[in-house]
Design a protein around this ligand. Structure first.
Ligand code: CP
Ligand code: NVA
Length: 306
Protein backbone atom coordinates (compact mmCIF):
# COMPACT_ATOMS: atom_id res chain seq x y z
CA UNK A 1 0.00 0.00 0.00
CA UNK A 2 1.23 3.48 -0.91
CA UNK A 3 0.18 6.86 0.45
CA UNK A 4 0.26 9.04 -2.66
CA UNK A 5 -2.90 11.03 -2.21
CA UNK A 6 -5.26 12.12 0.55
CA UNK A 7 -7.84 10.07 -1.35
CA UNK A 8 -5.92 6.90 -0.38
CA UNK A 9 -7.05 6.95 3.28
CA UNK A 10 -10.67 6.69 4.31
CA UNK A 11 -12.01 8.29 7.48
CA UNK A 12 -11.61 4.94 9.26
CA UNK A 13 -7.97 4.65 8.19
CA UNK A 14 -7.24 8.22 9.28
CA UNK A 15 -8.72 7.25 12.67
CA UNK A 16 -6.34 4.25 12.83
CA UNK A 17 -3.36 6.50 12.11
CA UNK A 18 -4.49 8.96 14.80
CA UNK A 19 -4.77 6.05 17.26
CA UNK A 20 -1.14 5.08 16.55
CA UNK A 21 -0.12 8.73 17.04
CA UNK A 22 -2.01 8.78 20.37
CA UNK A 23 -0.15 5.64 21.40
CA UNK A 24 3.18 7.43 20.84
CA UNK A 25 1.92 10.64 22.43
CA UNK A 26 1.07 8.70 25.58
CA UNK A 27 4.73 7.71 25.85
CA UNK A 28 4.48 4.20 24.44
CA UNK A 29 7.02 2.73 22.07
CA UNK A 30 6.72 0.56 18.96
CA UNK A 31 9.44 -0.48 16.60
CA UNK A 32 10.10 -1.70 13.10
CA UNK A 33 12.64 -4.48 12.56
CA UNK A 34 16.24 -3.31 12.94
CA UNK A 35 17.73 -2.70 9.52
CA UNK A 36 14.47 -1.40 8.03
CA UNK A 37 15.39 1.41 5.62
CA UNK A 38 13.39 4.44 4.54
CA UNK A 39 14.76 6.35 1.53
CA UNK A 40 13.86 10.01 1.16
CA UNK A 41 13.98 11.10 -2.47
CA UNK A 42 13.60 14.89 -2.61
CA UNK A 43 13.45 17.06 -5.72
CA UNK A 44 12.53 20.18 -3.71
CA UNK A 45 13.86 21.71 -0.48
CA UNK A 46 12.41 20.71 2.89
CA UNK A 47 13.09 21.31 6.56
CA UNK A 48 10.15 19.85 8.49
CA UNK A 49 9.07 16.94 6.31
CA UNK A 50 12.59 15.68 5.75
CA UNK A 51 13.70 15.94 9.37
CA UNK A 52 10.45 14.65 10.87
CA UNK A 53 10.51 11.59 8.58
CA UNK A 54 14.18 10.93 9.34
CA UNK A 55 13.72 11.39 13.10
CA UNK A 56 10.54 9.28 13.00
CA UNK A 57 12.26 6.33 11.31
CA UNK A 58 15.26 6.53 13.64
CA UNK A 59 12.96 6.59 16.70
CA UNK A 60 11.18 3.54 15.29
CA UNK A 61 14.51 1.70 15.21
CA UNK A 62 15.08 1.89 11.46
CA UNK A 63 17.47 3.83 9.25
CA UNK A 64 17.13 6.47 6.56
CA UNK A 65 18.93 7.46 3.38
CA UNK A 66 18.42 11.00 2.09
CA UNK A 67 18.70 11.37 -1.68
CA UNK A 68 18.86 14.89 -3.04
CA UNK A 69 17.41 14.19 -6.49
CA UNK A 70 19.76 16.76 -8.06
CA UNK A 71 22.68 14.50 -7.13
CA UNK A 72 20.97 11.35 -8.43
CA UNK A 73 20.85 10.09 -12.00
CA UNK A 74 17.35 11.59 -12.27
CA UNK A 75 19.17 14.90 -12.81
CA UNK A 76 20.86 13.39 -15.88
CA UNK A 77 17.65 12.10 -17.37
CA UNK A 78 17.23 8.61 -15.89
CA UNK A 79 13.57 7.69 -16.07
CA UNK A 80 11.51 7.93 -12.90
CA UNK A 81 10.26 4.40 -13.39
CA UNK A 82 13.78 2.97 -13.64
CA UNK A 83 14.74 4.87 -10.49
CA UNK A 84 11.67 3.55 -8.66
CA UNK A 85 12.34 -0.03 -9.69
CA UNK A 86 15.89 0.05 -8.37
CA UNK A 87 15.17 2.04 -5.18
CA UNK A 88 12.32 -0.31 -4.34
CA UNK A 89 14.71 -3.25 -4.52
CA UNK A 90 17.13 -1.70 -2.00
CA UNK A 91 14.92 -0.16 0.67
CA UNK A 92 11.72 -0.96 2.58
CA UNK A 93 9.89 2.34 2.06
CA UNK A 94 10.34 5.53 0.05
CA UNK A 95 9.14 9.04 0.97
CA UNK A 96 9.33 11.25 -2.11
CA UNK A 97 8.94 14.99 -2.62
CA UNK A 98 8.52 15.56 -6.34
CA UNK A 99 7.57 18.41 -8.64
CA UNK A 100 4.93 16.35 -10.37
CA UNK A 101 2.25 14.10 -8.88
CA UNK A 102 2.37 12.06 -12.11
CA UNK A 103 6.07 11.32 -11.48
CA UNK A 104 5.27 10.25 -7.93
CA UNK A 105 2.62 7.85 -9.22
CA UNK A 106 5.08 6.46 -11.77
CA UNK A 107 7.72 6.03 -9.06
CA UNK A 108 5.25 4.12 -6.91
CA UNK A 109 4.10 1.90 -9.78
CA UNK A 110 7.63 0.71 -10.45
CA UNK A 111 8.71 0.39 -6.81
CA UNK A 112 8.19 -2.81 -4.81
CA UNK A 113 8.55 -0.74 -1.64
CA UNK A 114 5.61 1.41 -0.46
CA UNK A 115 5.88 5.07 -1.48
CA UNK A 116 4.74 8.05 0.62
CA UNK A 117 3.92 11.47 -0.84
CA UNK A 118 6.14 13.99 0.95
CA UNK A 119 4.61 16.80 -1.21
CA UNK A 120 3.98 17.33 -4.89
CA UNK A 121 2.53 20.30 -6.75
CA UNK A 122 -0.94 18.79 -6.24
CA UNK A 123 -0.94 17.33 -2.73
CA UNK A 124 0.62 17.28 0.71
CA UNK A 125 -1.28 14.41 2.33
CA UNK A 126 1.00 13.81 5.35
CA UNK A 127 0.71 17.51 6.20
CA UNK A 128 -3.09 17.28 6.11
CA UNK A 129 -3.13 14.36 8.55
CA UNK A 130 -0.80 16.09 10.95
CA UNK A 131 -2.88 19.30 10.72
CA UNK A 132 -6.13 17.45 11.41
CA UNK A 133 -4.52 15.66 14.33
CA UNK A 134 -3.53 19.08 15.71
CA UNK A 135 -7.09 20.38 15.25
CA UNK A 136 -8.42 17.32 17.08
CA UNK A 137 -5.95 17.94 19.89
CA UNK A 138 -6.84 21.64 20.12
CA UNK A 139 -10.64 21.38 19.89
CA UNK A 140 -10.94 17.98 21.59
CA UNK A 141 -12.57 16.61 18.42
CA UNK A 142 -12.33 17.15 14.71
CA UNK A 143 -15.89 16.14 13.85
CA UNK A 144 -17.84 19.37 13.30
CA UNK A 145 -14.72 21.57 13.13
CA UNK A 146 -14.97 24.50 10.72
CA UNK A 147 -11.80 25.32 8.85
CA UNK A 148 -11.31 28.46 6.74
CA UNK A 149 -8.40 28.18 4.31
CA UNK A 150 -7.38 31.69 3.26
CA UNK A 151 -5.18 32.79 0.33
CA UNK A 152 -3.99 30.41 -2.38
CA UNK A 153 -6.99 28.10 -2.25
CA UNK A 154 -5.70 26.07 -5.20
CA UNK A 155 -2.46 24.88 -3.65
CA UNK A 156 -1.28 21.42 -2.63
CA UNK A 157 -1.93 21.99 1.08
CA UNK A 158 -5.51 23.17 0.44
CA UNK A 159 -6.20 20.21 -1.87
CA UNK A 160 -5.12 17.59 0.64
CA UNK A 161 -6.65 19.35 3.63
CA UNK A 162 -10.12 19.56 2.07
CA UNK A 163 -10.11 15.88 1.08
CA UNK A 164 -8.95 14.50 4.43
CA UNK A 165 -10.90 17.00 6.58
CA UNK A 166 -14.25 16.12 5.03
CA UNK A 167 -13.54 12.40 5.52
CA UNK A 168 -13.46 12.89 9.28
CA UNK A 169 -16.39 15.24 9.70
CA UNK A 170 -14.83 18.71 9.38
CA UNK A 171 -16.07 21.32 6.91
CA UNK A 172 -13.96 23.78 4.98
CA UNK A 173 -14.38 27.26 3.51
CA UNK A 174 -11.96 28.27 0.78
CA UNK A 175 -11.42 32.02 0.91
CA UNK A 176 -9.58 33.59 -2.01
CA UNK A 177 -9.75 36.27 -4.72
CA UNK A 178 -12.85 36.64 -6.86
CA UNK A 179 -12.49 34.63 -10.05
CA UNK A 180 -9.62 32.59 -8.67
CA UNK A 181 -10.81 29.01 -8.52
CA UNK A 182 -9.74 26.11 -6.30
CA UNK A 183 -8.92 22.82 -8.04
CA UNK A 184 -12.28 21.37 -9.13
CA UNK A 185 -11.15 17.75 -8.90
CA UNK A 186 -10.29 18.10 -5.23
CA UNK A 187 -13.38 20.17 -4.44
CA UNK A 188 -15.59 17.49 -5.99
CA UNK A 189 -13.75 14.71 -4.20
CA UNK A 190 -14.09 16.49 -0.86
CA UNK A 191 -17.77 17.25 -1.47
CA UNK A 192 -18.46 13.51 -1.69
CA UNK A 193 -17.96 13.45 2.08
CA UNK A 194 -18.64 16.89 3.47
CA UNK A 195 -19.17 20.59 3.04
CA UNK A 196 -16.80 22.74 0.96
CA UNK A 197 -17.76 26.38 0.42
CA UNK A 198 -15.97 28.98 -1.68
CA UNK A 199 -15.86 32.69 -0.76
CA UNK A 200 -14.10 35.80 -1.95
CA UNK A 201 -15.33 37.91 0.98
CA UNK A 202 -13.29 37.09 4.10
CA UNK A 203 -16.06 38.42 6.36
CA UNK A 204 -18.38 35.71 5.06
CA UNK A 205 -15.73 33.03 4.64
CA UNK A 206 -14.34 33.32 8.15
CA UNK A 207 -17.66 33.70 9.90
CA UNK A 208 -17.94 30.86 12.45
CA UNK A 209 -14.48 29.46 11.62
CA UNK A 210 -12.72 27.55 14.41
CA UNK A 211 -9.50 27.41 12.44
CA UNK A 212 -8.01 30.04 10.12
CA UNK A 213 -5.43 28.32 7.93
CA UNK A 214 -3.01 29.91 5.50
CA UNK A 215 -0.03 28.91 3.36
CA UNK A 216 2.48 30.71 1.16
CA UNK A 217 1.23 32.72 -1.82
CA UNK A 218 4.12 31.34 -3.92
CA UNK A 219 4.59 27.60 -3.71
CA UNK A 220 7.78 25.82 -4.73
CA UNK A 221 7.86 25.74 -8.52
CA UNK A 222 5.79 28.94 -8.91
CA UNK A 223 8.68 31.41 -8.56
CA UNK A 224 8.14 32.71 -12.11
CA UNK A 225 4.73 34.09 -11.10
CA UNK A 226 5.80 35.33 -7.66
CA UNK A 227 5.13 39.02 -8.20
CA UNK A 228 1.70 38.48 -9.76
CA UNK A 229 0.71 36.04 -7.01
CA UNK A 230 1.81 38.31 -4.16
CA UNK A 231 -0.34 41.09 -5.61
CA UNK A 232 -3.34 38.83 -6.25
CA UNK A 233 -3.43 37.35 -2.75
CA UNK A 234 -2.37 40.47 -0.81
CA UNK A 235 -5.90 41.28 0.44
CA UNK A 236 -6.02 37.77 1.97
CA UNK A 237 -3.13 38.22 4.37
CA UNK A 238 -3.91 36.68 7.76
CA UNK A 239 -3.46 39.64 10.11
CA UNK A 240 -5.28 40.82 13.21
CA UNK A 241 -8.01 42.49 11.14
CA UNK A 242 -8.63 39.28 9.17
CA UNK A 243 -8.72 37.27 12.41
CA UNK A 244 -11.41 39.63 13.67
CA UNK A 245 -13.82 38.10 11.14
CA UNK A 246 -13.55 34.64 12.74
CA UNK A 247 -14.93 33.40 16.08
CA UNK A 248 -13.25 34.89 19.15
CA UNK A 249 -11.99 31.40 19.97
CA UNK A 250 -10.60 30.77 16.45
CA UNK A 251 -6.93 29.86 16.14
CA UNK A 252 -4.44 30.20 13.32
CA UNK A 253 -2.58 27.46 11.48
CA UNK A 254 0.14 27.50 8.81
CA UNK A 255 2.01 24.51 7.43
CA UNK A 256 5.26 26.58 7.32
CA UNK A 257 7.60 27.86 6.00
CA UNK A 258 5.95 31.24 6.67
CA UNK A 259 6.71 34.41 4.77
CA UNK A 260 6.18 36.98 7.47
CA UNK A 261 4.52 40.10 6.13
CA UNK A 262 3.15 38.29 3.07
CA UNK A 263 0.49 35.64 3.81
CA UNK A 264 0.71 36.16 7.58
CA UNK A 265 1.94 38.88 9.92
CA UNK A 266 4.51 38.19 12.63
CA UNK A 267 2.19 39.33 15.43
CA UNK A 268 -0.38 36.70 14.38
CA UNK A 269 2.14 33.92 13.74
CA UNK A 270 3.79 34.41 17.14
CA UNK A 271 0.62 35.51 18.90
CA UNK A 272 -1.64 33.84 21.46
CA UNK A 273 -4.04 32.61 18.83
CA UNK A 274 -1.39 30.73 16.84
CA UNK A 275 -1.13 26.94 17.16
CA UNK A 276 1.42 26.85 14.34
CA UNK A 277 4.32 25.59 16.46
CA UNK A 278 2.26 22.78 18.02
CA UNK A 279 1.16 21.97 14.45
CA UNK A 280 4.78 21.76 13.25
CA UNK A 281 5.74 19.59 16.25
CA UNK A 282 2.98 17.10 15.49
CA UNK A 283 4.52 16.30 12.12
CA UNK A 284 7.01 14.00 13.85
CA UNK A 285 4.25 12.12 15.64
CA UNK A 286 2.16 11.67 12.50
CA UNK A 287 5.09 10.71 10.24
CA UNK A 288 5.91 8.04 12.82
CA UNK A 289 2.33 6.80 12.77
CA UNK A 290 2.21 6.78 8.95
CA UNK A 291 5.46 4.82 8.67
CA UNK A 292 4.32 2.26 11.24
CA UNK A 293 0.87 1.94 9.67
CA UNK A 294 2.28 1.27 6.17
CA UNK A 295 4.99 -0.99 7.58
CA UNK A 296 2.41 -3.15 9.35
CA UNK A 297 0.18 -3.26 6.27
CA UNK A 298 3.18 -4.32 4.19
CA UNK A 299 4.11 -7.03 6.69
CA UNK A 300 0.57 -8.40 6.49
CA UNK A 301 0.72 -8.43 2.67
CA UNK A 302 4.03 -10.28 2.76
CA UNK A 303 2.81 -12.73 5.43
CA UNK A 304 -0.21 -13.59 3.32
CA UNK A 305 2.10 -14.42 0.41
CA UNK A 306 4.13 -16.80 2.61
N1 CP B 1 5.38 21.95 6.02
C1 CP B 1 6.38 21.42 5.30
O1 CP B 1 6.19 20.48 4.52
O2 CP B 1 7.59 22.00 5.50
P1 CP B 1 8.95 21.65 4.75
O3 CP B 1 8.84 22.19 3.35
O4 CP B 1 10.01 22.33 5.55
O5 CP B 1 9.11 20.15 4.73
N1 NVA C 1 2.38 25.13 -0.75
C1 NVA C 1 3.74 25.07 -0.27
C2 NVA C 1 3.84 24.11 0.88
C3 NVA C 1 5.21 24.01 1.50
C4 NVA C 1 5.26 23.01 2.62
C5 NVA C 1 4.67 24.68 -1.40
O1 NVA C 1 4.35 23.75 -2.16
O2 NVA C 1 5.73 25.29 -1.52
Amino acid sequence: MDFLSSADFSGREIGEIFAIADHFKQGNYSFVDGGTVLALLFEKPSTRTRVSFEAAMIQLGGNTIYIDASTSQLSRGEMVRDTGRVLGSYVDMVAARMYRQTDLVELAKSSDAPVINALTEMEHPCQALSDLYTIREHLGKVDGARIAFVGDISDNVANSLMVSATRIGASISLVGPKGFKPNGTYVNLARENGKVEIFDDPKKGLNDADIVYTDTFVSMGQEKWAEMRRKLFKPYQVNSEMLGYAKRSAVVMHCLPAHRGEEITSDVLDGKRSIVWQQAKNKLLIEKAIILYLYKKRRKELDSVI
